[in-house]
Every structure is written in structure tokens, then in C-alpha cells.
Design a protein around this ligand. Structure first.
Ligand code: SF4
Length: 641
């Protein structure tokens, strides 16, 4: 049966909301397939506003992978702003997709990609607006199965009650496999209903169905064990790893946004994974091993993508783009190829030790020379050893000296506050570093017009990292430490005015910490915040710390735990962590040893260039490091249409 578009009803509401264009759909390269010609239908959600969600590569890739398949359709849905939500409730308009404006509740699968835990309340809003019961246990065969993915899915326990399943790791092959299971189950007449479908998915070993696991707690509140409650369901669920990125050249036709978004450029992922071993970095740990896309594969994607979109800037995306073994040839080749068209190139993240001025010059050859950004992360040499960010102050000063000497006037430096073992002194050294950067800049450029901006975020320990056992700094201590740093910078008569200072207060980090390392009991907090009106927690103007603390107090008290228990408490080796049954491939003993190395200020090398140090990922996943150099050149292009 065809499903009716809600657009006529929605259209009447749009003149009354902010930025109505974001709900209209019809972007260049979007797809609307015929409902009845398909037997498996996905709604893909990014649980934030359109301006953040549309450029998300994960959603864009899965959208194309699914729509390329016969008999399968995928449409996108984003969180609606509270102004539209109110009108939708008043007029009975359900959560809809922006492609066909079909009600989300009519799809077979609702796939939600979580880059951050602060999107959890937006999931509940979308479920409720869709008419899907918030608790998975209350859903029937008529409701879509709700699948969580993205980095936050590596510990989905705080939303275990609200999702039917979670998928860890790369989604490309996983969505195809899930589609085939759903298709077969539907074709067979939906044997054993919803539970039958979930059992089939769980038994593949790569789909986590929280409902099939019981969590037992110890009297002191810690987890005793997590046990499967069905036969054939694995004790541990594995992550998915796509090995040959060249065989997944997505997105081939990137979406071009209708409204303003956070990125107005085309992005090409040049490699996946990172083995630098920064101990705070969840993305680096859970996306191992390193898998590079070939230089010719990148060239093809850029050529095809630019032709399909008309973008004027290409972002070379990855966790540390300058680490690609052929980055110099990639940047040089692209700059040559697109010189006449004035296509700009950018690397979203650059490590101090991987940066060189030739690369920077290639990147700016066809575009503007904007500010340079580096992330030393820690202010003192000591704390950088703790976090395994092997960047010395000398390296940094040398690098910025080259940049200032070559005409740059602005450098931005990223740091974290609240890292394990950190003291006030470690953070105050951020000011000293900024002063040295400015002084060097003035010296080499001969100009006083030099700026350095330090940007500081609160550190949140994340699952599947060596810091998963670490105590988090309280919001009050973070704020006090940052206030001292601000005073030190402002008090510097000679350099203070040249130093920009941006920081986030410690409160959102505590909520993120609660959700990152939480277990199933935290679900009651998420629900209470949602019911009290919590929305868009990643947005400063909507986030309410008091609302979260109040909800947590009420919801956690019956269990004898509280927010501090989840955040500022250090864990022991013996403790069962809420995500231990979710296998990121990292060996828990290796993570623990690395945590001990952190406390001893011992660094580890990057396994890309040194012998394997047994983090466990490669043998556990049957994978290996996939890196060049291939020795191939980007020009002439080999693009196949
Ligand atoms: S198993 Fe060895 S080679 Fe593979 S990512 Fe871990 S340390 Fe590196």
C-alpha cells in the first residue's frame, strides 16, 4: 500500500516556523524511490538539526548505498526544531522524511546515527512524533525496528530501552546485511513477529539487541555480569570493519544542501582509522586499523563529486589527514588539477608533527589563506606524555615559526582541560605556550599583528579507550582551572591582547560523561529529561544542566548511584564495564596496560610505522593495516563514470 505524503499538512505549518527550507527536501542528488517498488524501506536519521545533519558523511554514505540497491529505499529525517515540533503536535503531523515526506512510522527500519550522546533526547522526540512507543518492549510488528549506529553506539546502554538494536563500526556492508535479513523475514510472512526478526539479526553476531541480554548488578551498584537470555545469541557482539575503502567510493553524488549548513563543501574520506594511540581519543581507538584510500581512488571521487555538485571546496576528511602516506602527492595533484577552476582544498585536522609548509602551500594555492589549526591537546610536556600526544613544544614552535614566516598571521590551538593526572600547573602552561607562539610569530614576521587563539574543551573519558577507567574532573573544578588560565592570559600585559581565549564550561561535559559511561539505569534519566522538555542538548541555548541534574537525582536514587558515581569515580581493573560485551576489537588487557603506561607517563609509538604492539584489533577482526604508498600519481585522472 502506498504511504501518503504528509507534505500538504506540513506545508501549512511552514510559514510559522524558523528556516522552513530545511524541511522541504528535493536537494540536488537526493532520491525518492517508489514506495511500492521496494520491499525494504529505511528511514535514516541524524538526531540533530538539518544544518548539522545534512553534511554528515555517515548518513550520506548509507543513503546512497541503500538507494543503489533494487527493491530498497532510504529516506532522510532530521530533528525538527521545537517551534515546528509544537505545531506538529498541535496538528497531528508525524515525524517525516525530507525526501518523500513519508511518516517515519511507516518504514521498516529507523536507523539513527549518533556522533555524540547529546542526541539521545532528540531520539525520544523523534520516536514520539513518529508514534513509535519509546520503549522497544512496547513495540509491535507494525513499528519500524530502531537501529543505533555511529560512535556513540559503542556504548548504547543508556538508550538500551529505546532502541531495538545497535550496530558497531562501519555501516556500509552492515546495512546491506540487515536489509537482507529483513527482506527474507518479510517474504516468509514475518515468522515469530518482531522477536523473530530481532533474533535473526542478533544471531548474525554483528547486531546487538539489548533486549536479549540481562544485566545483573552487585549490591554496591557495579555490574556483576551481562548474560544473553536467548539461545544462539553471542556473549560478545563484534564491530564491523570495511577493509578496502576503494571498493566503497561513497558518497558518489554528495547531497547539496538547500539551507545553510555547518560545512559548505564536498568531503572525501581519504582514510579511516588512526593508530597514533592518543589515549583520550575514542574515534582513533574504535576505528582501528588504518585503511587508506588509494590516491587514484581519491582523485576519482573528487572528480565525480565536483561534477555532481558544483562545490568549490574539497575537504580531505579523516581523523588526521596529513598522515595519509601519499598526502603530498594528493594535495599537489588536486591543486594542479583544479588550479584553473579555483577549487579550494582543506584538511579538517592537522597534526603539528605531520604539518609542513609545502603541504600548507598546496592547500592554499587555489583558495584563501585562512587560519591554521593545531591540536597539542595538553599544555605541558608531561601531560602530553600522559595522553600519548607526542608533540614537543619545540616541534610546535618550529612549525608555527614556519607558518608565520610564510605569511600566516593566525594560529588556533586546541587543548583539553581535565585530563587524567592533570594539575593547575599543566593547564597554566597553555598560557606560556601561547605567549611563546606569539613571541616567535612577532620575531619571524617582524610584525606585531600576530594572533594565537587557544580553544579549550573539557575532557570526557570515553568507552573503549585507555581512559575508560579514569575519573572525570567535576564541572566546578574544570571551571576553576579555566578561570585561573583566563586570568593568567589576561594578566599578561605584553602578549595577552594577542591571545584569543575560547572555552566551554564544565557542565555539558558532565552530562556527556554520564551518557558516555552510563549503563542501562541512565536510560531513566534520559527519559525524565525528555519528558521535562529536554531537546537539542548539544546546543548551548537549549542545554539545561539543572534539568539533567534534577532528573538524575530522581531517576538514579532508587539504584543507589548518582552522577558522580558515573563520572568522577575511578574504576578498577576488576569492574565489569557496561560495554564489555561489545567488542571493538581492542584487547581489554592492552587497554589497561596502556592506562598504566599513561599514569607512568610512558608513550607508545604509532603501529603503522613500528612493529605491532598487540592492541588486538587486527587479529580479532581478521583485518590488517592497509596503507600505501602506492607510488601512483593522481594525474592523469583514471575516473570511471
Ligand atoms: S593489532 Fe597491531 S597492527 Fe593492528 S592496530 Fe593493533 S597495534 Fe596496530
Amino acid at each position: 500500500m502506498p504511504v501518503e505524503s504528509v507534505f500538504p499538512r506540513l506545508e501549512a505549518l511552514l510559514p510559522h516556523v524558523q528556516k522552513p527550507i530545511q524541511y522541504v527536501g528535493g536537494e540536488l542528488n537526493s532520491t525518492v524511490k517508489e514506495w511500492d517498488a521496494c520491499d525494504v524501506r529505511w528511514a535514516l536519521m541524524y538526531p540533530d538539526a538539518y544544518e548539522v545533519g545534512l553534511p554528515n558523511q555517515g548518513v550520506m554514505i548509507l543513503y546512497e548505498v541503500l538507494n543503489e540497491r533494487d527493491g530498497v529505499l532510504a529516506e532522510r529525517t532530521y530533528s525538527v526544531w521545537p517551534d515546528l515540533e509544537e505545531l506538529m503536535r498541535e496538528h497531528g503531523v508525524p515525524q517525516f522524511t525530507v525526501d518523500g515526506h513519508r511518516p517515519v512510522g511507516a518504514f521498516d527500519v529507523l536507523g539513527v546515527s549518533f556522533s555524540t550522546e547529546l542526541g539521545y533526547t532528540n531520539l525520544l522526540t523523534a520516536l514520539d512524533l513518529s508514534g513509535i512507543p519509546l520503549s522497544a518492549a512496547d513495540r509491535t510488528e507494525d513499528h519500524p525496528i530502531v537501529v543505533a549506529g555511529g560512535h556513540a553506539a559503542f556504548n548504547p546502554e543508556p538508550i538500551a530501552e529505546f532502541i531495538d538494536c545497535a550496530v558497531l563500526g562501519d555501516g556500509e556492508q552492515a546495512v546491506i546485511d540487515i536489509t537482507e535479513v529483513v527482506r527474507a523475514w518479510k517474504a516468509e510472512g514475518r515468522p515469530d513477529g518482531r522477536t523473530g526478526l530481532l533474533l535473526r539479526l542478533a544471531r548474525t553476531g554483528g547486531v546487538y539487541v539489548p533486549g536479549f541480554y540481562d544485566v545483573e548488578y552487585l549490591p554496591d551498584g557495579r555490574i556483576g555480569r551481562v548474560v544473553p537470555n536467548r539461545s544462539g545469541v553471542p556473549w560478545r557482539v563484534s564491530k564491523h570493519t570495511v577493509m578496502d575503502l576503494d571498493s566503497w567510493p561513497y558518497p558518489k553524488k554528495p547531497l547539496v544542501p538547500l539551507a545553510e549548513t555547518v560545512h559548505e563543501r564536498m568531503s572525501v574520506e581519504i582514510f579511516r582509522g588512526c593508530t597514533r594511540g592518543c589515549r583520550f581519543c575514542q574515534a582513533g581507538m574504535i576505528t582501528r586499523p588504518v585503511r587508506e584510500r588509494s590516491i587514484t581512488g581519491i582523485g576519482d571521487m573528487v572528480e565525480r563529486g565536483l561534477a555532481a555538485t558544483g562545490f568549490e571546496e574539497v575537504g580531505l576528511l579523516s581523523l588526521s589527514s596529513a598522515d595519509h602516506s601519499e598526502i603530498a602527492d594528493i594535495a599537489g595533484g588536486l591543486a594542479d588539477r583544479y588550479e584553473a577552476d579555483k577549487i579550494g582544498l582543506s584538511l579538517p585536522s592537522t597534526r603539528v608533527d605531520a604539518f609542513n609548509i609545502d603541504l600548507a602551500n598546496e592547500l592554499t594555492r587555489n583558495g584563501r589563506r585562512s587560519g591554521l589549526t593545531f591540536a597539542p591537546e595538553g599544555g605541558s610536556e608531561r601531560i602530553r606524555k600522559v595522553i600519548n600526544k607526542m608533540v614537543s613544544e619545540d616541534d610546535l614552535i618550529r612549525t608555527v615559526a614556519t607558518a608565520y614566516g610564510n605569511g600566516w598571521r593566525q594560529v588556533k590551538l586546541y587543548f583539553m582541560c581535565g585530563l587524567p593526572t592533570e594539575t593547575d600547573e599543566d593547564v597554566l602552561q597553555i598560557a606560556d605556550m601561547a605567549v611563546k607562539v606569539i613571541a616567535k610569530g612577532r620575531e619571524v614576521s617582524g610584525s606585531n599583528d600576530i594572533r594565537c587563539t587557544v580553544s579549550i574543551g573539557g575532557f570526557v573519558p570515553k568507552p573503549h579507550t585507555p581512559f575508560q577507567w579514569a575519573p572525570q574532573l567535576s564541572a566546578e573544578e574544570t571551571d576553576a582551572r579555566l578561570a585561573k588560565l583566563r586570568d593568567r592570559i589576561r594578566g599578561d600585559k605584553r602578549y595577552g591582547r594577542s591571545i584569543g581565549f575560547r572555552y566551554h564550561d564544565g557542565k555539558p561535559g558532565i552530562v556527556e560523561g554520564l551518557l558516555s559511561r552510563g549503563d542501562r539505569r541512565v536510560g531513566a534519566v534520559v527519559r525524565a529529561v525528555y519528558e521535562a522538555g529536554g531537546r537539542f542538548d548539544g546546543w548551548r541555548e537549549y542545554f539545561s544542566y539543572d534539568q539533567w541534574m534534577k532528573a538524575a537525582e530522581g531517576a538514579l536514587a532508587p539504584f543507589g548511584v548518582d552522577v558522580d558515581w558515573y563520572t568522577t569515580r575511578e574504576r578498577s581493573y576488576e569492574e565489569v564495564l557496561p560495554w564489555d560485551h561489545l567488542d571493538s576489537g581492542l584487547d581489554k588487557d592492552w587497554l589497561w596496560d596502556d592506562w598504566q603506561d599513561a599514569l607512568d607517563e610512558t608513550e607508545v609509538e604509532d603501529c603503522r610505522w613500528t612493529p605491532c604492539f598487540d592492541c588486538g584489533v587486527c587479529p580479532a577482526m581478521g583485518t590488517g593495516i592497509e596503507i600505501g604508498p602506492t607510488g601512483r600519481k593522481l594525474l592523469p585522472l583514471s575516473v570511471k563514470q
